[in-house]
Design a protein around this ligand. Structure first.
Ligand SMILES: NC(=O)c1ccc[n+]([C@@H]2O[C@H](COP(=O)([O-])OP(=O)(O)OC[C@H]3O[C@@H](n4cnc5c(N)ncnc54)[C@H](OP(=O)(O)O)[C@@H]3O)[C@@H](O)[C@H]2O)c1
Length: 273
């Protein structure tokens, strides 16, 4: 998928918007939102390398990332090459830059919504690489921490639940992690507001919060699937990487507010092919 180059900030503004990670779920949503952007997949630019010669932009929307949370525990160096090195290479383009970071920079101990000034303390390798990536973004950047992304494309919890729900009548889902599932279409739309704010760190996630089990229940309800959700603990599920028990993000800096996660879920289901 490659879109033509055109001015993002008005006609004649130069080389336009550049999207990295365009095959990912947020990359897809941004390419829909910025149809004139140049949308690059890993095949076009592996961001562990410096940008291809001659690449320039007026605004870089850098979504390329290592998002395999458990895999990062196995291979933290490769995760860092993408999540830190990749951000550094995107910043080297010298254009205003949006990078996305994660609720997994927090340990979950606060037990109430995390705001931008809260101290980060990642539990796992993925969160550590993303936190270092924030620092690599430079001065000309908006760092958008978000959480529990889902969309109509790529690999995500909603698509996994719909697949499992079509095969089984019961699914076991973790019920001791609480966060805000965020629809990439809503996050992409909010990006247009973020780039009008001063550079800096912002928390942008869906309104409302739930556990993964609540989310699964809502997916089955909205999709009309008769599937029982068996609520289990993180220990029972046994994922390799530890995850925060509570990672709801809210903004104290005037970041855009997103619709409720359940509205995002409905929009996502409507957008499914
Ligand atoms: N997913 C979540 O729940 C979540 C939550 C909070 C924050 N975030 C952050 O939000 C951003 C977008 O996440 P997402 O869910 O859209 O991720 P995603 O669907 O996993 O997409 C990430 C994209 O990055 C690409 N990529 C990986 N390594 C690359 C490399 N070396 N060079 C170029 N491209 C590479 C992947 O390409 P391939 O398709 O070839 O692998 C994939 O298309 C990321 O910064 C992520 O850390 C995500």
């Amino acid at each position: 998928m490659e879109h033509t180059i055109a001015g993002p900030l008005g006609a004649g503004s130069g080389s336009g918007v550049l999207i990295t990670g365009a095959a990912g779920q947020l990359g897809h949503a941004l390419a829909d939102r910025y149809p004139d952007a140049r949308a690059l997949t890993r095949a076009d630019w592996d961001v562990t390398n410096p940008a291809p010669a001659g690449l320039s932009a007026d605004l870089v929307l850098h979504t390329a990332a290592w998002t395999d949370v458990d895999g990062a525990e196995e291979d933290p160096q490769s995760a860092a090459a993408v999540n830190v090195g990749g951000v550094q290479h995107a910043a080297e383009l010298g254009a205003p830059l949006v990078v996305w970071s994660t609720d997994y920079v927090f340990d979950g101990a606060k037990g109430e919504p995390y705001v931008e000034s809260d101290a980060a303390s990642p539990l796992g390798a993925y969160g550590r690489t993303k936190l270092h990536g924030e620092a690599a973004a430079g001065e000309q950047a908006w760092i958008v921490r978000t959480s529990w992304l889902f969309g109509a494309t790529s690999k995500n919890f909603v698509r996994t639940m719909l697949r499992l729900g079509a095969e089984r009548d019961e699914v076991a889902v973790v019920d001791d992690q609480r966060g805000s599932p965020t629809y990439v279409g809503h996050l992409a739309a909010a990006t247009e507001q973020v780039v009008r704010l001063p550079h800096g760190l912002y928390h942008v996630a869906a309104a409302g919060d739930c556990t993964w089990a609540d989310f699964a229940q809502a997916i089955f309800e909205e999709a009309g699937l008769n599937v029982r959700v068996r609520r289990i603990t993180s220990a029972e599920f046994g994922a390799r990487a530890p995850r925060p028990a509570y990672s709801v993000l809210r903004s104290e800096r005037g970041a855009p507010e997103l619709p409720h996660w359940r509205a995002g879920l409905r929009d996502c289901l409507d957008a499914l092919p």
